[in-house]
Design a protein around this ligand. Structure first.
Ligand code: F6P
Length: 341
C-alpha cells in the first residue's frame, strides 16, 4: 500500500480539480491512500492535511479553482521550512508527493529531490510554459476565454472604429496571446518570442484603414517588450519573475498606437478572468490523463519527474531536465496567425 500527498502550487488554472480527482481515483483503484495538503506548501510546512476520500473528489470534475486551495510559497526561502517538510513527510508516512504545479514547482521539486523527498509534478498553468509537455492543464480553458473576449470586442471596436488593444497573461511566453489571437481573429499579435517595431504595427493599422477596415484588434502578451525606449525597470516576485501587471504593456502600446495613427484606442486587460471558471473538455481530459499517469508512474517506482503529453503521448521528463527551462511559444503558429493580420 502506497500513500501519496497532493498539493497545488503556483497560480490556479481550470482543471486542477479534475487532476486531483484523477490522482485520487487511480490511487484508490490500487488500494492506495491519498492525503491533501491545504494551500500548497503552506499546508505541507504546517501539516495542514486531510484524508482524501472518494466522497471528497465526487462532483469536482467540472469545477474551476482548487478544492485544496493553492499558493505561491517558496519553501527554500528558509531552511526551517525544508526541515518541516521532511518531518511532515515522515509523520504522514508518505511514499511520495504529487505536486499539481508550474515551472516554479518543478524547481522546488527538483531541489526537494536532492533533500531526499521524492515527487512527481502534474503540470498546470494557463501560460503553457512548462518544459516536458506540449500542453499544460488550464491553457485550453484560458484560450477559450480570450477568444470569447475577442469575439465581444470585435463588435464594439467595429461600431466605434477604434483600435482595441487586448492584454493577455502568459508571463515570459506568448502562447496565450498567440492561440487566443488565432482563435479570436486578431489583426496583430505581439508576443515576447517575436520582435516587433511599434511603427510597423501602426503602419499595419493604417493599411487596414485604407482597405476599408476601420477598426483593429491588437492582442499583446503581458510579457512582450515595451515599445523601444520605455523603462523596463519592473518589480520582481519571490521567484524572480517580473510582476507583469505592473508593466502596463497593453496601455503603453495602446497610447503609442493612438499617437502614431491618430485613431481612438482603448485597452482591455483580461487579467484573472483568464484563470477562472470551468475547465474545457480538453482540459478535463488532459487533467484526467496526467493525473492518472502520475499515479501509474509512481506505482512503477518512477518519480522525480514531470508528466506531460507530447504529440498525444504521455511522457515522463526528469525534474533535472525540466527545471529552469521555458517552453516558449512555437513561432510556426505566429507565421500562421500573420496570414490573417
Ligand atoms: O502563472 C499564471 C499567471 O496567471 C501568469 O500568467 C501571471 O503573470 C501570473 O500568474 C500572475 O500571478 P499572481 O497570481 O501571483 O498575481
Amino acid at each position: 500500500m502506497k500513500r501519496y500527498g497532493i498539493l497545488c502550487d503556483g497560480g490556479d488554472a481550470p482543471g486542477i480539480n479534475a487532476a486531483i480527482r484523477a490522482i485520487a481515483r487511480t490511487a484508490f483503484e490500487k488500494e492506495d491512500e491519498v492525503l491533501g495538503f491545504q494551500d500548497g506548501f503552506f499546508g505541507l510546512v504546517n501539516n495542514d492535511v486531510r484524508i482524501i476520500t472518494k466522497h471528497s473528489v465526487s462532483g469536482i470534475l467540472p469545477s474551476g479553482g482548487s478544492i485544496l486551495g493553492i499558493s505561491r510559497f517558496n519553501p527554500f526561502k528558509d531552511p526551517k521550512y525544508i526541515q518541516a517538510i521532511k518531518e511532515n513527510f515522515k509523520k504522514n508516512a508518505l511514499t511520495m508527493l504529487i505536486f499539481i504545479g508550474d515551472r516554479d514547482t518543478i524547481s522546488i521539486a527538483n531541489n526537494l529531490s536532492k533533500e531526499g523527498i521524492p515527487s512527481i509534478v502534474v503540470p498546470k498553468t494557463i501560460d503553457n510554459d512548462i518544459w516536458g509537455t506540449d500542453f499544460s492543464i488550464g491553457f485550453d480553458s484560458a484560450v477559450g476565454i480570450i477568444s470569447y473576449a475577442l469575439d465581444n470586442l470585435h463588435s464594439t471596436a467595429s461600431s466605434h472604429h477604434r483600435v482595441m488593444v487586448v492584454e493577455t497573461m502568459g508571463r515570459e511566453t506568448g502562447w496565450l496571446a498567440l492561440f487566443g489571437g488565432l482563435a479570436g481573429g486578431a489583426d496583430y499579435i505581439i508576443i515576447p518570442e517575436v520582435p516587433y517595431d511599434i511603427k510597423d504595427v501602426a503602419a499595419h493599422i493604417e493599411k487596414r484603414r485604407k482597405e476599408g477596415k476601420n477598426f483593429s484588434i491588437v492582442v499583446v502578451a503581458e510579457g512582450a517588450p515595451l515599445p523601444a525606449g520605455k523603462d523596463e525597470n519592473v518589480e520582481k516576485d519571490d521567484f524572480g519573475h517580473p510582476i507583469n501587471r505592473k508593466r502596463r504593456v497593453g496601455y503603453t502600446i495602446m497610447e503609442e498606437l493612438e499617437r502614431l495613427t491618430g485613431i481612438k484606442s482603448r485597452t482591455t486587460v483580461l487579467g484573472y478572468i483568464q484563470r477562472g471558471g470551468m475547465p474545457t473538455t480538453s482540459d478535463r481530459i488532459l487533467a484526467t490523463r496526467l493525473g492518472n499517469a502520475a499515479v501509474e508512474f509512481a506505482d512503477e517506482g518512477k518519480f522525480n519527474g514531470v508528466i506531460g503529453v507530447k504529440e498525444g503521448k504521455i511522457q515522463f521528463t526528469p525534474l533535472e531536465e525540466s527545471a529552469g527551462k521555458i517552453h516558449k511559444a512555437d513561432t510556426k503558429f505566429y507565421e500562421l496567425a500573420r496570414i490573417f493580420f
